[in-house]
Write a protein that binds this ligand. Structure first.
Ligand code: NAD
Length: 294
C-alpha cells in the first residue's frame, strides 16, 4: 500500500471496450455497472442460462432506475445495447480490459485465463475478480503476467463502492493504472493492495465468518447472531451475508484461505458454510440458504 490509488494516473491505457467472463452474480453486476457508466462490455459465459440471468438482472436494475425517474426508456435501451452477450470469444481482439468472474476454483480460473490470453491483443489487460486466490498463483502460467492483476468487486456490484486492485509480483504499473482508471470510470473507489490469499477485505471477513461458524457450533441461533450484528451497526448479519455471497463461492474461498493461512484459518470442525453446501442450500442463488427466498 505504498502508493495511493489516486496516484496511479499517467500510465493508464484507455478502456473503450471491456469484457467480463462469467455472467453470474458478479459478472452480471460488472456488466451492468460498466455499461451504465459508459464503457461498453462483452459478457461471456459458457451456458445460455448464465447469460439470460445476467441480462435479466441488468434489465431489472435499469427498470428500477426508470421507475424512480433516474433514467428514461431510451437511455435504458442504450445501456442494455452496450452489453454484448456471447458464448464465444468473437470480438475479444477489440477488448482493452477483461474481468474474469468465473467460479472460485484455481484450476478453472487458470484454464480460462490462459485461453483468454490467446484471444485478446498483446496489450490488453487481464484481471481476475477472485475473492481469495493469489494473483501470483493465477499469473504463473500466463505468457504476459505483466498485463495481469486482480480487480476484486464486492457484492452487489452496483451498490458496493470498493474495488481492490491487486498487484502481483510481475504486474506492471500500466496494468495497475489502467485497472484503477477503469474502476473509477465505473464510479468505484479503487484501492491498490499487495497480493496474498484473501487480499485485504477477505482477510478480515473470513475470520469473522469462522467466528460465526464457531458460535453456531456452540449452539447459538444464527438469526439471533444476525440481529445482534445488525444492532452492532452492520448492514446485515453473517448468515444473511453468506446467503448473498453464495455458499459455493464462500466454501471455495474458505478453502483457499485455509490453505494460505493454515495456522489461523483451519478449523477442526465443519464450518456452517460446508454444512449448508452439503445440504444444497446455496443461499439466494437457489432460493434457500440460512433463510428461505421465494
Ligand atoms: P456464480 O456462480 O454466480 O457465477 C459464475 C459464472 O461463471 C456462471 O454463470 C458460470 O456459468 C460461469 N462460468 C463458469 N466457467 C466459465 C468459463 N469457462 N467461461 C465463462 N463463464 C464461465 O459466481 P459469482 O458469485 O459471480 O463469483 C464469480 C467470481 O467472483 C468468483 O471468483 C468469486 O469468488 C468472485 N466474487 C464473488 C463474490 C460474491 O459475493 N458472490 C464477491 C466478490 C467476488
Amino acid at each position: 500500500l505504498k502508493k495511493k490509488a489516486s496516484a496511479w494516473g499517467k500510465e493508464a491505457s484507455d478502456v473503450n471496450l471491456a469484457a467480463v467472463l462469467g455472467a453470474g452474480i458478479m459478472g452480471g453486476g460488472v456488466a451492468y455497472q460498466s455499461a451504465l457508466k459508459g464503457t461498453p462490455i462483452i459478457m461471456k459465459d459458457i451456458n445460455q442460462d448464465g447469460i439470460d440471468l445476467g441480462l435479466k438482472e441488468a434489465k431489472n436494475l435499469l427498470t428500477k432506475r426508470v421507475n424512480k425517474g433516474k433514467m428514461d426508456a431510451g437511455k435504458m435501451a442504450d445501456v442494455l445495447n452496450s452489453i454484448t452477450p456471447t458464448l464465444n470469444y468473437g470480438d475479444f481482439k477489440n477488448v482493452d480490459l477483461v474481468v474474469e468472474a468465473v467460479v472460485e476454483n484455481p484450476k478453472v480460473k487458470d484454464a480460462v485465463l490462459r485461453e483468454t490470453e490467446e484471444m485478446v491483443r498483446d496489450d490488453a489487460i487481464l484481471t481476475s475478480n477472485t475473492s481469495t486466490i493469489s494473483i501470483d498463483l493465477l499469473a504463473k502460467n500466463l505468457k504476459r503476467p505483466e498485463n495481469f492483476c486482480g480487480m476484486h468487486f464486492f457484492n452487489p456490484v452496483h451498490m458496493m463502492p470498493l474495488v481492490e486492485v491487486i498487484r502481483g509480483e510481475k504486474t506492471s504499473d500500466r496494468a495497475v493504472a489502467t485497472t484503477v482508471a477503469y474502476a473509477k470510470a465505473m464510479g468505484k473507489t479503487p484501492i491498490v493492495v499487495n497480493d496474498c490469499p484473501g487480499f485485504l477485505v477477505n482477510r478480515v471477513l473470513f475470520p469473522y465468518f469462522g467466528g460465526f461458524s464457531g458460535l453456531v457450533r456452540d449452539g447459538a441461533d444464527f438469526q439471533k447472531i444476525d440481529k445482534v450484528m445488525e444492532k452492532f451497526g452492520w448492514p446485515m448479519g453473517p448468515a444473511y451475508l453468506l446467503d448473498v455471497v453464495g455458499m459455493d463461492t464462500a466454501k471455495h474461498a474458505n478453502e483457499v484461505m485455509a490453505d494460505g493461512f493454515p495456522d489461523r484459518m483451519k478449523a477442526d470442525f465443519k464450518s456452517a458454510v460446508e454444512v449448508m453446501f452439503e445440504n444444497d442450500r446455496y443461499g439466494q442463488k437457489n432460493d434457500k440458504g440460512f433463510y428461505k427466498y421465494e
